[in-house]
Design a protein around this ligand. Structure first.
Ligand code: 6CS
Ligand code: FE
Length: 270
């Protein structure tokens, strides 16, 4: 998949770009199945919601599930990312934010790059986030809300606010923007929440301000986020690096591979 010059221009100007129905229903089913399988694997990579025991997020499914390993190399994701970053890229982080029906909590307003600067000493914001909708995203199930253009002002926060919610991964609550900052930004830029059918993809900048409301609907909102980093822009942690399931150490450039996510017999390519 190739982005048009106009799409690239919009991405740079607004900080995000929605492309609808990039993956078909069978492909989405295969990844969704793989996710379900992965939520049953115990370990630190699985983060639960504070109340109850529903899954909030799962990291690094590409290390355990072949459908995810295929997806991150798929040309429909990797070609646009290489175009946006300009050179060789590797996978920096992969997670699925699960937002289950009724119990999926909010993700506070934040900028991703702040987490990676603070926790990993990542030199530059030369990454692209790729969000793949694993469910239909509507106004009801807690879509991500972006402040278009807010990536162009650089980092707005400066430090960690509190650290009650998370140990290894930084929950957005720990680095959230203040109400005053948000009000000011929104008065200048407004807000937008890309919505669309499962299989749609949203590319977004590591410095764009974003967040999302709780999911009080009966519908899930699973969002896979693959973050690609420019080779050469690896973290330079001053202390102990964060674990590999959170921040991938394998910085070998990814090659496009269009291995199917689904095999002809309807099974997955395990
Ligand atoms: O700790 C991290 O790496 C994560 N924290 C935030 C707030 N955003 C990016 C990343 O998922
Ligand atoms: Fe984020």
């Amino acid at each position: 998949m190739r982005l048009t010059d106009e799409q690239v221009r919009r991405y740079r100007e607004r900080g995000f770009l929605l492309v609808e129905s990039v993956f078909d229903a069978a492909e989405v089913d295969a990844v969704r199945e793989a996710f379900l399988r992965d939520t049953r694997v115990p370990g630190e990579q699985r983060i639960l919601e504070e109340k109850g025991d529903t899954v909030r997020a799962v990291y690094s499914s590409h290390r355990r599930q072949p459908e995810f390993a295929a997806l991150i190399r798929n040309g429909r994701l990797l070609e646009p990312v290489r175009r946006l970053l300009g050179q060789d890229v590797y996978l920096f982080q992969l997670k699925v934010n699960a937002k289950p029906p009724f119990t999926g909590e909010q993700w506070a307003w934040h900028q991703d790059y702040l987490a990676w600067r603070l926790a990993d000493n990542l030199p530059e914001p030369r990454l692209v986030n790729v969000g793949v909708f694993l469910d239909d995203v509507t106004e009801f199930n807690g879509p991500v809300i972006f402040v278009p253009g807010s990536h162009r002002g650089g980092l707005l926060g400066d430090g960690r606010r509190h650290s009650t919610k998370s140990v290894q991964h930084l929950d957005p609550d720990d680095i959230s923007l203040t109400h005053a900052q948000l009000a000011d930004l929104v008065s200048r830029y407004g807000m937008e929440s890309p919505k669309g059918p499962a299989g749609s993809v949203v590319f977004f900048d590591p410095e764009i301000v974003h967040g999302s409301a709780p999911n009080m609907s009966p519908f899930p909102r699973k969002l896979l986020i693959a973050t690609y980093n420019l080779v050469g822009n690896e973290p330079r942690p001053t202390g102990k690096p964060r674990p590999d399931y959170l921040i991938c150490r394998d910085n070998r450039p990814l090659q496009v591979s269009d291995a199917p996510l689904v095999t002809a017999d309807g099974g997955t390519n395990t």
